[in-house]
Every structure is written in structure tokens, then in C-alpha cells.
Design a protein around this ligand. Structure first.
Ligand SMILES: Cc1ncc(COP(=O)(O)O)c(C=O)c1O
Length: 395
């Protein structure tokens, strides 16, 4: 009999190096494979499942809205989309929201908005997007051109024109790169795919100041770290700065595909009817779920849980670091934590999977932990005991 894995390998592009695991069910921070084996999930669908798997909040909203109105296109107003936009605006620096379906699309929208604004205000020569080395912004042609990792760009030449790079956490380097051609700087407040690299305490403030001095727009890509992941609704809130544009996706739909670009009114007014669009962007179905997810994150104590559990997890990792010299660094904020090793992570990820714990690597040597925001102390204790066992075997 052929397995799901065999058939998937036969019929689906092999763009992912998948683990040999077919998952069939999930509840909270747990998932089960087709043989009934249980796993604790510290990947969380790569920072997507903030409220965990089969969340009642999501299921209820999905059921109610699917029985009411699923899709009508953006030729019409719908209540859930309007409600979600209002919630995002009332809880952020922004005045307006554009909806799409993924993180890459949200960044595409941000790049287009920044260029259009600069074109109207300063003329067509001001069109360069300054991005960071080691960043990740997506896989479309524009967003991979904005991504500061050659392994992601390899084989796709010609890349799009109008992108250049500066070193993350290096204001002097950014200052040099900020010439008159730059219309916007795009930064992840914490580099997620790049290995959970955090900004130095005053770095983002310094970036804001440089952007203000040069009248350059500032885009925060909060696709991975936004919507509660760091213990605040948006990661930049920790650093006392606001951007001109912010992009979101991942946790905003808890697994339903949604992306959003938020901006101030001054910028939003350069997009009129026909400037940008998306057939599926912000359907009533997806936005009704997002409204429920956002309400739960804001009102059910999950931000506080994220901060508390994040601090607890870090403390546990520090305990492990005292025991295992191959742990080089522990980084992160809230429940995005990277543990850098002096060796490749893949064998440890595999061994943890064998023991019933799902984790993954960002870069080859950083173990990345992105559990649902509802994770408990008990579940973290199981993770730590398992890591202790696995680390001991790999010493
Ligand atoms: C910071 C950041 N931006 C953009 C993206 C792309 O998002 P998507 O895969 O939804 O297109 C990701 C995905 O990991 C991300 O981490």
C-alpha cells in the first residue's frame, strides 16, 4: 500500500524538505500522526497557530461565518473585513489597512505603496528599497529581491532592480547606504528566518531617526513577530518606535491565509481604486476568523501568558546552557526563542521528533522555538526534559 508520504512525494513539488511525518489531527499544543503518536508542537505552524490547534475560538468563527457569507470580492463592503480593519487600526499606529493572503503579498503591497508615495512626493528617481543583510521577506520576485540571503535568491536572476542592503544592527552602515535614491527601509524588528536575531536596545530608534532625517519611509515586517508572538501585540512596541508601514500575516489567521499591510493616512491616500488589489484579500470568512483570533489574543490573557512562558522557557534554556557547552547563545523575545549551537541542529531536531517533540532550525545552527501562545509550564517542562535527554546523547 502506498503511504501519504509516497503519494505526496509523487504528486507535490519538492519545495520543502519535509520531515517523514504525516500529521492528521491537532488540539491545543499537541498534534497526532497517522499512527496515533502524540507530539508536543513547538513549531506552531511556523509562528502561525497562536491559539493552538483546533481552537474553539477559530472553529466557532469559521462555522458561523461559513454558514453566513464566505466570499463576495472586494467590489462590496463586508462586516468582518471592516471590523478587522477597525481593530487593527485601533490597536496600532496605523490609520488604514490593505488585506491580502500571505506575508510575501503584504510585503509586495508595502513595497508598491512606498514606491508610489515616493514617486508622487519626490519624483521617480527615489525608488530604492533598503533592506537588511540576513533578512527574509518572502519568495515572490520582489520580496526575494528584498531578502538579504543569497541562498534564497540563487538561480532567479535577474532579480528586480531597486533593492540594496545594509547590515542589521549597524546604524553607521545604514547611514552610508541611505542615499537620495532610497524611498524606504524595510526591517524585521527581530530577524526570524535569519536565526532569531534581536535588535540592539536602541537600534530601531536609531533607524527611525535616520529615516526621519532623510525623509525615508520605514517599513516593519512583522509577518513572523507580529500579532502577539513577542508578548506585545506588535514587536516594535517593545522598542518605543512606530513605522510608517507594517506588514502582518501568519498568526493573524491562526492558519487561515491572510496578510495585511497597515499604513498611515498620508501614505494610504496614494493608493486609489485600481492601484493595487487582491481577489481573495480579506474575505468575510478569513477576516471573521481573524477578528475572533485578535479578540482572544487581546482579551483572554495570551499576551501575558506569552511573556511569562517566554521568560520561563529562557530561564530553562539558560539552565541547559550551564550544562551543555555547545549552546552558544539564547536569543528572542516572548515566545520566539532561538538557541544557537556550535553545531548543526538537524540531528537534534530529528531526535526530538523521535521523542515526541516538534521543533525546527532557523539557519543550520539555531534551534527555533515558536509554540502557540497558549503553551503551559507543564508543556515547557516536557520540552526541557526531552532536550536535556537529547543533548546528553549528542554531547
Ligand atoms: C519576516 C517574514 N516576512 C515575510 C514572510 C513570508 O511570508 P509568507 O510565507 O506568508 O509569504 C515570512 C515567512 O516566514 C517572514 O518570516
Amino acid at each position: 500500500m502506498t503511504t501519504t508520504m509516497d503519494r505526496a512525494n509523487k504528486y507535490i513539488f519538492r519545495t520543502y524538505a519535509r520531515f517523514p511525518l504525516t500529521l492528521v489531527r491537532g488540539k491545543g499544543c499537541r498534534v497526532w500522526d497517522e499512527n496515533g503518536k502524540e507530539y508536543l508542537d513547538f513549531v506552531g505552524g511556523i509562528a502561525v497557530c497562536a491559539l493552538g490547534h483546533s481552537s474553539e475560538v477559530v472553529t466557532r468563527a469559521l462555522k458561523e461565518q461559513s454558514e453566513t457569507l464566505v466570499h463576495v470580492s472586494n467590489l462590496y463592503y463586508t462586516r468582518p473585513q471592516t471590523e478587522l480593519a477597525q481593530m487593527l487600526v485601533e490597536n496600532s499606529f496605523a490609520d488604514k489597512v490593505f488585506f491580502c493572503n500571505s506575508g510575501a503579498e503584504a510585503n509586495e503591497a508595502a513595497i508598491k505603496l512606498a514606491r508610489r508615495y515616493a514617486n508622487e512626493k519626490f519624483g521617480e528617481k527615489r525608488n530604492t528599497i533598503l533592506s537588511m543583510v540576513n533578512s527574509f521577506h518572502g519568495r515572490t520576485m520582489a520580496t526575494l529581491s528584498a531578502t538579504g540571503q543569497s541562498k534564497i535568491q540563487m538561480g532567479y536572476d535577474p532579480l528586480l532592480k531597486g533593492f540594496k542592503f545594509a547590515l542589521f544592527n549597524d546604524l553607521e552602515n545604514m547611514e552610508k547606504a541611505l542615499d537620495d535614491s532610497v524611498c524606504a527601509v524595510i526591517v524585521e524588528p527581530i530577524q526570524g528566518e535569519g536565526g532569531v536575531v534581536c535588535p540592539d536596545p536602541d537600534y530601531l530608534k536609531g533607524v527611525r531617526k535616520l529615516c526621519d532625517e532623510r525623509k525615508t519611509l520605514l517599513i516593519f515586517d512583522e509577518v513572523q513577530v507580529g500579532v502577539g508572538r513577542t508578548g506585545r501585540l506588535f514587536a516594535h512596541e517593545h522598542f518605543g518606535v512606530t513605522p510608517d508601514i507594517m506588514t502582518l500575516a501568519k498568526a493573524l489567521g491562526n492558519g487561515l491565509p491572510i496578510g495585511a499591510m497597515l499604513a498611515t493616512d498620508e501614505l494610504a491616500q496614494v493608493f486609489g481604486p485600481g492601484s493595487h488589489a487582491s481577489t481573495f484579500g480579506g474575505t468575510p470568512l478569513v477576516t471573521a476568523v481573524s477578528v475572533a483570533v485578535l479578540k482572544s489574543i487581546l482579551e483572554d490573557g495570551w499576551l501575558a501568558n506569552c511573556r511569562d512562558m517566554g521568560a520561563y522557557m529562557r530561564q530553562c534554556f539558560e539552565g541547559l546552557a550551564e550544562k551543555y557547552g555547545f549552546i552558544k547563545d539564547i536569543r528572542g523575545l516572548g515566545l520566539i526563542i532561538g538557541v544557537e549551537l556550535d553545531r548543526p541542529c538537524a540531528p537534534i531536531v530529528d531526535a526530538c521528533m523521535h521523542e515526541g517533540i516538534l521543533i525546527n532550525c532557523a539557519h543550520d545552527t539555531v534551534l527555533r522555538f515558536l509554540p502557540p501562545l497558549i503553551v503551559t509550564r507543564k508543556e515547557i517542562d516536557v520540552l526541557i526534559a526531552t532536550l536535556d535527554k537529547v543533548f546528553d546523547q549528542t554531547k
